[in-house]
Design a protein around this ligand. Sequence first.
Ligand SMILES: [Zn+2]
Length: 135
Amino acid sequence: MARTFRMKCPNCGTVQNLFASGPCGKCGTPLYVEQPAAIALYRMGNFMGMANGFSLYLNETPFGAIGNRESLCIPLPYGDYKLHIVCGMNRKCNDPIISLSPQDPYVCLKVHMKPGFIQNKFVIERVDPATMPQD
Ligand SMILES: [Zn+2]
């Protein structure tokens, strides 16, 4: 299966999935997946089988959703990125800050939902790239 790149158009702000560099689906601005760094994110299977997507935020900016057992690659320039995930009433997240640098340009993360008493919490953890699903 082709890798999905998740990108936000710098011109119109539309979040979209791309399989390669190409024009923004809305305004036609060229989008380049060949960035110096990237965050790979995998949503682990959920025991509740929740079909709805988890909403993804990058530095407080909406970045689309991630479905059950979906993996995404977000090409990015170097920098610090705060990751946040919410779903419906579940708004607690460990909000990791990911630093992408020339020394550490490719960060693999897995997200899972930890059931809680009042509400569930999203836990985003950095993992060894070798443990990411090769789809
Ligand atoms: Zn656009």
